[in-house]
Write a protein that binds this ligand. Structure first.
Ligand code: NAD
Length: 260
């Protein structure tokens, strides 16, 4: 479907699960060679196995994306093993600890910001040396939480990190245009993934008294959460030259959930 992706190289964070995994499988089907990045987990190896069984090529690197040296090494390993990196999907993220602001520990705030925002910064920073000669595309997974208020209780750190990712993507797009590196943020609504495993609600959430406006996960287009494969289609389009005039944007993929 996107022939220009064949034999190109992509690095994907959060590739063991959910949106990252679906994007990895779709990009491999387009003929891309992949560096799959995630925390050390069986699911990362399972993604690799699935890609190889379908005839694709992938390596895995298990790191914490909030660690600067590890991220730099992941890029070096990808380039050394697979060749020049054409596409980066800075996607790994966590909901983290959910609590009212007055009960949110600064360590928990830091963890959410470190994974979601610093991890994104590190991926873009270390992508640049591998892309600046011949250009490339970077996609950052933000969220509809990054540009609207209600998203579930106690999600201030998450929402702040997601809003900052959008601002970061826009500034990066401006700065990196000189190298023909495109940078876009995607903003999914509720998507059926394993993100709940990295969500730590606290009992204090009951203290937040706001009437819920709509049933959680409701999306006018589908009346249900979206699927990771639907987000993967947008990621593949943004990886491809088919989107070569699109940079510095925030693209919503939410079945109109953000309009409710
Ligand atoms: P997921 O939990 O299924 O997948 C996320 C992956 O990131 C996991 O495999 C996890 O191990 C990995 N990860 C977490 N912390 C990491 C770290 N420090 N270093 C390396 N890897 C790490 O969740 P998902 O829904 O696929 O999430 C992907 C992205 O989509 C996240 O940025 C999330 O904020 C965003 N998002 C999700 C939804 C949703 O409803 N699922 C909505 C909007 C945005």
């Amino acid at each position: 479907v996107l022939p220009d992706l064949k034999d190109k190289v992509a690095l994907i964070t959060g590739a063991g699960s959910g949106i990252g995994r679906a994007a990895a499988i779709l990009l491999a089907q387009q003929g891309m060679n992949l560096c799959l990045v995630d925390l050390k987990d069986d699911r990362l190896e399972q993604t690799k196995k699935e890609i190889e069984l379908a005839g694709g090529k992938a390596i895995t690197v298990d790191i914490d994306i909030s660690d600067p040296n590890s991220v730099e090494q992941a890029f070096e390993q990808a380039a050394k093993t697979l060749g020049r990196i054409n596409f980066v999907f800075a996607n790994a993220g966590i909901n983290g600890v959910l609590a009212p602001i007055e009960n949110l520990n600064s360590e928990d705030w830091d963890r959410t910001l470190n994974v979601n925002l610093k991890g994104t910064f590190l991926c873009v920073k270390h992508a640049i040396p591998h892309m600046k000669e011949k250009g490339g595309s970077i996609v950052i997974t933000s969220s509809i939480n990054g540009s609207r208020t209600f998203s579930g209780f106690g999600m201030t750190a998450y929402s702040a990190s997601k809003a900052a990712q959008i601002a970061f993507a826009k500034m990066a797009a401006l700065e990196l245009a000189q190298y023909k590196i495109r940078v876009n943020a995607i903003c999914p609504g509720s998507i059926k993934t394993n993100i709940g495993e990295n969500t730590q609600p606290t009992p204090e959430l009951d203290k937040i008294k706001i009437p819920i406006k709509y049933p959680e996960g409701s999306q006018p287009l589908e009346h249900a959460p979206g699927q990771p494969e639907q987000v993967a289609n947008l990621v593949a389009f943004l990886a491809s030259d088919a989107s070569n005039h699109i940079t510095g944007t925030e693209l919503f993929i939410d079945g109109a959930e953000s309009l409710l």
